[in-house]
Design a protein around this ligand. Sequence first.
Ligand code: ADP
Length: 401
Amino acid sequence: MVERAPRPCSALKVLIIPTDSAKFQRNPEPGEPLPLEEKLTPIITEALAAAGRSPASFNGMDGVRAIFDSQGLDLNEKMAIERLVLTALDKARAEGRIPLDLQPVIYFRRSGNPSEINRPVTPSTKPKSGPFGVRFARRPIPGVKHVVLVASGKGGVGKSTVSANLAVALAKDHRVGLLDADVYGPSAQILLGLNGSMPVTSGSKLIPLEGHGVKVVSFGFLTDPTQPVIWRGPMVSKALEQFFYDVEWGELDYLIVDMPPGTGDVQMTFAERLPVAGAVIVTTPQDVALIDAHKALSMFEKLAVPVLGAVENMAWFSCPGCGHEEHIFGHEAFQDFLKARQLKLLARIPLRKEIRIHSDKGMPSARSSDGESNLPWNALAACIHAALPLEELLVAPQHPE
Ligand code: ADP
């Protein structure tokens, strides 16, 4: 018979923090099955040994977290270990050795550092209650002032195009990074005309590539563009976490994050864990896209992420022959969406052949000298800057006694 684990393991796996591990840590009564972590430890050690890896890097379980020493491991090595362990756990689940819905988190920690595990959850920024009542803190990214998530409920609406052009337009006056977190279809490297791989510092930190004044980190630098990405949720979340925290971002005014489309585990994890200054919803004015935009918006509302407003992409098409404007994807439904959700309109971007061509050539429209091409992006950047200013708060003058 398959033993059931507490519910929090089945979803939002990456969020699980030691709060719940106490349930696994009590001593078993005589005749009671072994605590889960004692079952997991030999599965993981055997998997490492079978693959010819030293089990020494495995520092044991903390509740449902499998802790590894990250010393000397680069991102590829970490992902290889993660894959190995997840495969072993899949097998153990299939054999009924561990509960079907138990999904341990694989956690890398540098030895010698103060233990992340024992560190109290400090309210560095607003702590809040997650969907399972788990409390956590948003961890700031050193040197980064504002993290802006660009999201869409649906793929193909121009989210990556908007992310890249927004980043480039902001970079005209500010220090900007672009993190392409769209793991299943990374395109930042194409949109900004970059290729190659990210160098790694001696301290195992990734160095972003730079294009059009923007520091770029993308899954596209790690994956083969001709192969489908088959990473599983926990691996994606872990890799993304490294993309935020194990990167030499330097000082950034804005870090634009091109989110994967949808409202699944990965999106929720990042909306919850990151110190997000605001989210931007990108949609076309078409009903079918707006349904998913509603969902994305509701996700942010539930997770208390401030939404800065919406971008209406492919809002209209001007006939190059007669100048007639056609609302190919409709118009009223988008207006209704704004009104119903009390959302601010950040920008309306037309459907233009030039935008597509610029994107394909790695020369974003925001960099074009043609006003018709760059104006909408400059306007969007100005809106974001107005919503998230950089000026230091003025200190009230001290009155003499
Ligand atoms: P998503 O990130 O939402 O999947 P993309 O940004 O990759 O969408 O855009 C999908 C396709 O639509 C791309 O080929 C892109 O060049 C094109 N595209 C996006 N916005 C526009 C636009 N305003 N005008 C013309 N083509 C666009």
